[in-house]
Design a protein around this ligand. Sequence first.
Ligand code: URA
Length: 207
Amino acid sequence: MDVLVVDHPLAQTRLTAMRRTETESGVFRASLHELTTMVVYEAARLFAVEKYSIETPVAQTEGTRLANPPLIVPVLRAGLGMADAALGLLPESSMGFVGLARDEETHEPRAYMESLPADLAGQPVLVLDPMLATGGSLLHCCKLLADRGCTDIIICCVLAAPEGVERLASSGLPLRLITASIDEGLNEKAYIVPGLGDAGDRQFGGM
Ligand code: URA
């Protein structure tokens, strides 16, 4: 699995804001939005493009467009805060949704929503989830996509734990990962360390 860490100064300042305990949810959400723009920008570097004829006010020339815009799939609920930024960069894309909750006892994923096209053969999919922790949820999501024929899955996150990276890499699924950091590891509650806490709660409040 190809892994890219977006080690850009501006990405790291947004990530720092998200990590800090005192950052309130409005600033947290704005930082996630901006960081997602940077992560998706890097993810799009390998997208196929095609040329087509356009006219400027002065002359005819060749323009560029995405040959195969990806389906964007935020993983609910934390991935929701990345959706608007991704769609802003990729207005030609459409969006599907996967709802996964983490069982706090077993840390295993539990699906409560799958809103995806039946056939994803030939279409790249951009999966949005700020946190790659154990990899259980993301792996579950990626299997749903692979079951629909997807052979090009690009995971965009903000923080990853080495345990989750390893789990995805050894899955044999056709994955690429783009993240702003690979942190130290997981604690006994499967939170990323140093991490930023619960990405859903920090955006939307605890439930
Ligand atoms: N999900 C989160 O929101 N935070 C973590 O640290 C791990 C999983």
